[in-house]
Design a protein around this ligand. Structure first.
Ligand code: TXA
Ligand code: MG
Length: 378
């Protein structure tokens, strides 16, 4: 048994029972922690800087195009593709040069670690070590909008640059047909952050990707609008399972499978100076350019209104109005969230006023993204 409180590798019995193809090396004793080492310039390797004017090809997702996407990944290229949550910008997770170019294309802080996407549980077990709760979550919710943060396996092939020096790794098996086809054809883990410039709103259509990243990436596979509309829920499989990011899978469903409540991350991880336990928690992360005002119960004529449920009575005097869900359906609201934020941002109003959103189900993820969008920036 590994001498880490609360973390036990799956027992041989449970391994046979599950017959998932996961294998844990019982002798593996790497202690689990959120250790972090600062990446050096050398970690970025030698790579061609992104100069303006890559020819970004946009293809519809036919069989030939999916094969082309897998080939492009194998050549170290950057390929945007739809997942059920948001569009991801994919790169070969084992190719540090490709990952360095990905960080650069997104303009992403280099310490922000990436999610490795794989096609099946056997592939996940090669890069992350599952304890019993992690395995239960994987079996209940994969493929789907859940990311698990796990201790890395010793022979994890994912480049250090992708995990930003952490000894844990974020893993997800997406359910989208196109994402799965690309992952299966490629056969290796693919890192895929949301396919937007760092700090912008996540893309839910190929056109959103194009408007942020055209000229900076090689290929966009267009699979139409996504289903879920907010990113995956991230659970840290630590001594106590921790909700690192609310997302497309409601907390309640995860807690039902675990039979216990998810713990909250330490309060100080929200501050920019904190160690990046989950740097997606950086305060201002999902940001439109327009200032955002939350919990609006009225709206001024120079404001754009992001409504939810029955519209405010003074809504018609707003500069623009979009309703996330007139019927108050949180799933519908999640699907519309990023697209509507983008559209209202483009109206150049003084402020985007946002009506209150209930905090249950997908409402928790929606409110999380809205709070980040509302953080004052210079
Ligand atoms: O739905 C999604 O998750 C989308 C689609 C494309 O799959 N991807 C996505 O990736 O949202 P990204 O890179 O935008 O967000 C990844 C989040 C970040 O908040 C990052 O800090 C966190 O995952 N993360 C990655 N590795 C981590 C680790 N080892 N420990 C804690 N957090 C980690
Ligand atoms: Mg993102």
């Amino acid at each position: 048994m590994v001498g880490v409180a609360g973390f036990e590798p799956a027992t041989p019995a449970s391994r046979t029972q599950c017959s998932t193809g996961l294998s844990h090396t019982p002798t593996e004793t790497a202690a689990y922690s959120v250790a972090f080492h600062a990446l050096q310039e050398a970690d970025f390797g030698d790579f061609e800087p992104v100069t303006a004017g890559l020819m970004t090809e946009i293809s519809t997702a036919g069989e030939a195009e999916l094969a082309q996407a897998a080939r492009a990944l194998a050549e170290g290229r950057l390929v945007a593709f739809p997942t059920e949550t948001v569009y991801g910008l994919g790169a070969d997770a084992t190719n540090a040069d490709a990952i360095a170019r990905l960080y650069q294309a997104k303009g992403r802080p280099a310490f922000n670690p990436l999610i490795s996407h794989v096609a099946d549980l056997a592939a996940a077990g090669k890069i992350g070590r599952f304890d019993a709760p992690a395995l239960a979550l994987a079996k209940a919710f994969w493929p789907g909008p859940l990311t698990l943060v796990l201790p890395k396996t010793r022979d994890c092939a994912v480049a250090e640059l992708a995990t930003a020096g952490l000894d844990t790794i974020a893993i997800r098996i997406p359910s989208h047909r196109i994402a799965r086809a690309i992952l299966t054809a490629f056969g290796k883990p693919v890192v895929a952050p949301s396919a937007n410039i760092s700090g912008h709103v996540s893309p839910t259509t190929a056109q959103h990707v194009e408007s942020d990243l055209a000229g900076r990436i090689d290929l966009i596979v267009d699979g139409g609008p996504v289903d879920v509309g907010v990113e995956s829920t991230i659970v840290g499989c630590f001594e106590e399972p921790m909700l690192l990011r609310p997302g497309g899978l409601p907390r309640e469903e995860i807690e039902r499978v675990l039979g216990r409540a998810l713990v909250r991350p330490p309060a100080d991880v929200e501050s920019d100076s904190a160690q990046p336990l989950a740097p997606g928690m950086l305060a201002s992360h999902y940001a439109p350019r327009t200032r955002v005002r939350l919990n609006a119960t009225d709206v001024a004529p120079d404001e754009a209104l992001l409504a939810f449920g029955p519209a405010l009575k003074d809504a018609e005097r707003a500069a623009a109005v979009m309703n996330l869900s007139g019927s108050g359906d949180l799933n519908e609201a999640a699907t519309n969230l990023f697209g509507y934020l983008r559209a209202l941002d483009a109206r150049m109003a003084k402020t985007i006023a946002v009506m209150p959103i209930p905090n249950h189900g997908l409402g928790e993820a929606i409110n999380d993204r809205l709070r980040r969008a509302a953080v004052e920036r210079e």
